[in-house]
Design a binder for this molecule. Structure first.
Ligand SMILES: Cc1cc2nc3c(=O)[nH]c(=O)nc-3n(C[C@H](O)[C@H](O)[C@H](O)COP(=O)(O)OP(=O)(O)OC[C@H]3O[C@@H](n4cnc5c(N)ncnc54)[C@H](O)[C@@H]3O)c2cc1C
Length: 391
C-alpha cells in the first residue's frame, strides 16, 4: 500500500519498522505469550517505547527539530498502514499511537517551556505516556456538555469530575484533561489541564472492556485533585479550541490503521479461499466467494486512494473539514464491510472467538464510534454542503 511514495527517508523508515517488528516485537510477544486481548504490562510497554526511541522510530512522525524524521501526512499514513497490516500485538506502540509522540507533537506550540520540559519532551523520548480526556459518562458527541470542573484556589486548581472511555489511560503517566473553568459563560469556558495520574484523589478504573477485548481504555476519577495553575495548557478557556485544532488530521490519521487491519483480513481470506476445500475443491472456485474477494479488493483500493488524496490535500494545507470527515466515514464503514466479508469467507472459523479475522471484525466496528461517530461525520459533511459559511 502507498507504494507510490518515494521519499528515501520513508522507505528506510518502513524497512526499519518491519525489521523491528520481525526481529524484536514478534519474538517478545511469543516469549511473553502476549495476545491482543491480554492486559499489557506497563514495564513491557515502556521497554518497547524506549527501544523504538533508540532506533529513531518512536518520534518518526514529528518534525526534525523535535527529534523526528519530518514525514508528511501521506508518509505517516503509509507507516501507520504498515503497522496495522503487520498484525503485531505491540504494533500500536511502535509510534506511540496510544500515548506517545503523535498525541503531543502537534500541541507543543501551545505548551509553556516548563510544560515542554516536564511533560512533553519525556513523552517524545518514550519515558512518559499521556492520554486525552474529554468524554464523560453523560457527555459524548455533545462534547461541550462536560461537567468536570477546575476551580481556582490560590495558585492551584481543584479538579473534580469523571472522564469516561479514555484510550491509553491504563498506562498513562499524565492526562490532558478538559475541564469547565467558567460554567456561567455561553458556551461554558473549557480549559485543558495537565494532570499527573499518581496525584492524591486520582483513580484510574478499568471497569469495562470494549468489544475489541483490548485493555487500553479506562475511566479517570478526579476527587478534589490539586494541580498548580501553571499546568493550564494552551490558555484558560481555550481548551475546546485546542482539542478541535487537530481533529481533522486526527480523523484522517485513523484511516490508514483501519485500512491496514482490513487489508490483513482480506489477505487471510484470499489464502483461506485457496486452501479450504468443500464439494471436492477449494471454495475459491465458487463465484460467490470470488465476488466477495473482488468487492473487498475494490473497497480497499477505494479507501487507499481516498486516504492518499486526502493526505495529499492535508500536506498542501487545504481545508480538510469536509474531506477528513468524509474519509473517516467512508473508510470506517467500508473497512468494516471488508472484515465482515472476511468472517463470511472463513465460515465457522471466522466466528470463533480469538481468530484474527474475528478480532479484526470487532476492532473495526469500534472505529465507527470514536473520534466522532459516523453520524457526527455525516453532520459535518452535510454542514459543509448546505451551510459552507458556518462549516
Ligand atoms: C474505544 C474507544 C476509545 C475512546 N477514546 C477516547 C479518548 O481517548 N478520549 C476521549 O475523550 N474519548 C474517547 N472515547 C469516547 C468517544 O469519543 C465517544 O464514544 C464518542 O464521541 C461518541 O460519544 P458517545 O459514545 O457518548 O455516544 P453518544 O454521543 O451518546 O451517541 C449515541 C448515538 O447518538 C448519535 N448522535 C449523537 N449526537 C448526534 C447528532 N447531533 N446527530 C446525529 N446523531 C447523533 C451518535 O452518532 C450515536 O449513534 C473513546 C470511545 C471508544 C469507544
Amino acid at each position: 500500500m502507498f507504494d507510490h511514495l518515494t521519499n528515501p527517508v520513508l522507505i528506510e523508515t518502513r524497512a526499519a519498522v518491519a525489521r523491528f517488528i520481525e526481529d524484536e516485537l514478534r519474538p517478545l510477544e511469543r516469549e511473553l505469550g502476549l495476545g491482543t486481548e491480554d492486559p499489557w504490562p506497563r514495564e513491557v510497554l515502556r521497554n518497547v517505547w524506549r527501544r523504538s526511541s533508540e532506533l529513531g522510530l518512536y518520534a518518526a512522525c514529528l518534525p526534525a527539530e523535535l527529534g523526528g524524521k519530518g514525514l508528511n501526512i501521506q508518509e505517516q499514513c503509509a507507516l501507520k498502514a504498515d503497522l496495522a497490516v503487520s498484525g503485531a500485538v505491540l504494533a500500536p506502540h511502535v509510534l506511540g499511537d496510544l500515548g506517545g509522540p503523535p498525541r503531543v507533537g502537534n500541541m507543543l506550540k501551545y505548551a509553556t517551556p516548563d510544560q515542554v520540559a516536564r511533560y512533553f519532551r519525556p513523552v517524545i523520548r518514550g519515558e512518559k505516556s499521556t492520554c486525552f480526556a474529554l468524554t464523560e459518562p453523560h457527555s459524548g458527541s455533545d462534547a461541550q456538555s462536560i461537567r468536570t470542573t477546575a476551580v481556582a484556589d490560590g495558585d492551584d486548581l481543584v479538579i473534580h469530575g469523571q472522564k469516561h472511555y479514555i484510550s491509553g489511560a491504563p498506562f498513562a503517566d499524565f492526562a490532558i484533561v478538559m475541564c469547565v473553568t467558567d460554567a456561567s459563560a455561553t458556551p461554558p469556558a473549557i480549559t485543558a489541564v495537565l494532570v499527573d495520574l499518581d496525584l492524591p484523589g486520582v483513580t484510574v478504573e478499568q471497569a469495562y472492556v470494549p468489544m475489541s477485548g483490548q485493555h487500553i481504555d479506562a475511566d479517570i476519577r478526579f476527587e478534589n485533585v490539586r494541580v498548580p495553575r501553571a499546568n493550564i495548557f494552551g490558555g484558560e478557556g481555550r481548551g475546546f479550541k485546542l482539542g478541535m485544532s487537530r481533529i481533522n488530521v486526527n480523523r484522517l490519521l485513523h484511516c490508514p490503521s483501519m485500512l491496514g487491519l482490513a487489508a490483513r483480513a482480506y489477505q487471510a481470506s484470499v489464502e483461506y479461499a485457496g486452501q479450504r476445500r468443500q464439494f471436492g475443491g477449494p471454495i475459491a472456485r465458487f463465484q460467490a466467494i470470488q465476488h466477495m474477494l473482488a468487492d473487498m479488493a475494490a473497497a480497499l483500493w477505494a479507501c487507499e486512494s481516498m486516504i492518499a488524496q486526502t493526505a495529499m490535500l492535508a500536506d498542501a494545507g487545504a481545508d480538510l473539514r469536509m474531506k477528513a470527515a468524509a474519509c473517516k466515514l467512508f473508510v470506517s464503514e467500508r473497512c468494516f464491510e471488508v472484515a465482515d466479508k472476511a468472517v463470511q469467507i472463513h465460515g465457522n472459523v471466522g466466528v470463533t472467538r480469538g481468530h484474527p479475522v474475528e478480532q479484526t471484525w470487532r476492532k473495526l466496528r469500534m472505529f465507527r464510534i470514536f473520534t466522532g461517530t459516523s453520524e457526527i461525520q455525516r453532520n459535518t459533511i452535510a454542514k459543509a454542503i448546505l451551510d459552507p459559511a458556518a462549516a
